[in-house]
Structure formats: C-alpha cells, structure tokens
Design a protein around this ligand. Sequence first.
Ligand SMILES: [Zn+2]
Ligand SMILES: [Zn+2]
Length: 110
Amino acid sequence: MAKTVKINEQFICLNCGEKNPPADKTCRNHCRRCLHSRHVDELIPGDRASSCEGIMAPIGLDQNPKKGFIILHKCLECGHENRNLAANDDNFDAIIQLSTGKNLGPGENQ
Ligand SMILES: [Zn+2]
Ligand SMILES: [Zn+2]
C-alpha cells in the first residue's frame, strides 16, 4: 500500500520519540530535539522520491549567511547525504554540539 507523505506535517521521531509539530515557517524535515531526519528525499529536499526511509543522522553543520544554520545529514542505511536548513525551534544545544564536531549517534541523545 502506498504511503502518502506530506512535506510539512507532524511526525514522531524514529530516533528519540519526540513528537514534532508542523514547522512554523519552514518545512519540518528533521527532529527538533535530536536533529535526526529520515531518508525520504532523493535529489531535491521535499521531492519524497526515496524509498530508503532509513534514519538520517546529523553529521555536521554549515552556516549560510542569509539562511542560517544548515544541518548535514547522512543516511545510516545507504550513506546518502543531504543538507537541511535548521528550523527556528530546533534544539540549539544539539546544533552547538554539531558545530563542535561531536556527532550525535543514534540513541545517544536521550
Ligand atoms: Zn529525535
Ligand atoms: Zn538511505
């Protein structure tokens, strides 16, 4: 049975169980608490073209002078990498940890 996935919807994080409400201004594509994401996009953010659906771990941080923090995600299943804009209600401590190079492994951020 085909699942339909809306781009901006609430979801339960597969990594930490946080219930994420729909984002305010941007698309909610990662957990606001542990920053983990899910591999559902393939080429462009929001295309929902991937059938992998593995957990994507935050592996690094970048900064865009105009848009703010960019979280680098890597799929734990297939190794696919993605860049996602941080939402303004993301866990700032987790973002700081990323910027210092301390990776949050799956299940480590309870
Ligand atoms: Zn989470
Ligand atoms: Zn994947």
